[in-house]
Ligand binder design. Structure first.
Ligand SMILES: NC(=O)c1ccc[n+]([C@@H]2O[C@H](COP(=O)([O-])OP(=O)(O)OC[C@H]3O[C@@H](n4cnc5c(N)ncnc54)[C@H](O)[C@@H]3O)[C@@H](O)[C@H]2O)c1
Length: 260
């Protein structure tokens, strides 16, 4: 375990669960200092205990990305500079669009799209401060395979993630002169609490996750974080404005039922 640190600093939203939790672990292992942001205070405290070996390199912060004031407070309290922002906070609400409650639609768009925009906007001055010509700062957004190939019973989620991928492209072009690279990841089904919560179609209004990919399994969070680590590395210094599928080939080609 690296306790010394590299001096690099990241802010990760959605840090208390799933992909965000795995991202925190991997960056801490790699010597980064990590501000871990999440709405869920209790789970964030448990994560703080799990990462206690890293002492002051893990800094949990309660933040609701659906609330501009909360984001202002948290990014204001970080001070200094940030080498990376990773936006994992997200929610999935399922229903046929015909029956979708407007509250659920608003929650999904507010959290996934507006929350991502607000965090990136507030992080930009801190990212600019860290960026150098040789070492651009990074933003990694969590889009989804749903942005590339939407599915029924999750239309609001698909719209929010298509929005994230479009934000990514425009942020990348607008922020490249500041030395800030912006990319998005588009996972297929990943084994996390978000997916487990909707795995029973009788309780999730008929929603079905994309499921096992052509590779023969669903993803684990570290399958996604491996590609994230590439985007945060020097090897990705000339990559910006992309949405990279991490889906085991799920959206590459339609496989008709009954195919060999
Ligand atoms: N799991 C998948 O199959 C999958 C696939 C594609 C994309 N994604 C995306 O990856 C990201 C992480 O998903 P996950 O599967 O790890 O989900 P998860 O539910 O395990 O974790 C999401 C975290 O976000 C936090 N969060 C929710 N609303 C918040 C808010 N308003 N403010 C701050 N934090 C908030 C939750 O408390 C939770 O800790 C999400 O953006 C999700 O849409 C997931």
């Amino acid at each position: 375990m690296d306790q010394t640190g590299t001096g690099k600093i990241a802010a990760i939203t959605g840090a208390a669960s799933g992909i965000g939790h795995a991202a925190c672990r991997r960056l801490l292992e790699a010597g980064w200092t990590v501000f871990g942001l999440d709405l869920a205070k209790d789970r964030l405290e448990s994560v703080g205990e799990v990462f206690s070996a890293y002492q002051d390199r893990f800094r949990p912060m309660v933040c609701d990305v659906g609330d501009a004031a909360s984001i202002n407070d948290v990014f204001g309290a970080m001070g200094g500079s940030l080498n990376a922002l990773v936006c994992c906070a997200g929610v999935l609400r399922t229903a046929l669009l015909e029956h979708m409650a407007v509250e659920d639609f608003d929650l999904v768009l507010n959290t996934n799209l507006r929350g991502t925009f607000l965090c990136a906007q507030k992080a930009l001055p801190l990212l600019r401060r860290a960026a150098t010509p040789d070492n651009p700062a990074r933003v990694v957004l969590l889009s989804s395979i749903a942005a590339l190939r939407p599915k029924i019973v999750s239309g609001a989620y698909a719209a929010s993630k298509a929005g994230v991928s479009q934000l990514c492209r425009v942020m990348a072009a607008e922020w490249a002169p500041s030395g800030v690279l912006v990319n998005a990841l588009a996972p297929g089904t990943v084994d996390t609490p978000m997916v487990r919560a909707v795995s029973d179609p009788t309780k999730s209004k008929g929603y079905r996750p994309s499921g096992v990919s052509p590779v023969g399994r669903i993803a684990q969070p570290d399958d996604v974080v491996d590609v994230m680590m590439f985007l945060l590395s020097d090897a990705a210094r000339y990559v910006t404005g992309t949405t990279i599928p991490v889906d085991g080939g799920t959206q590459a080609a339609f496989i008709p039922s009954g195919s060999p």
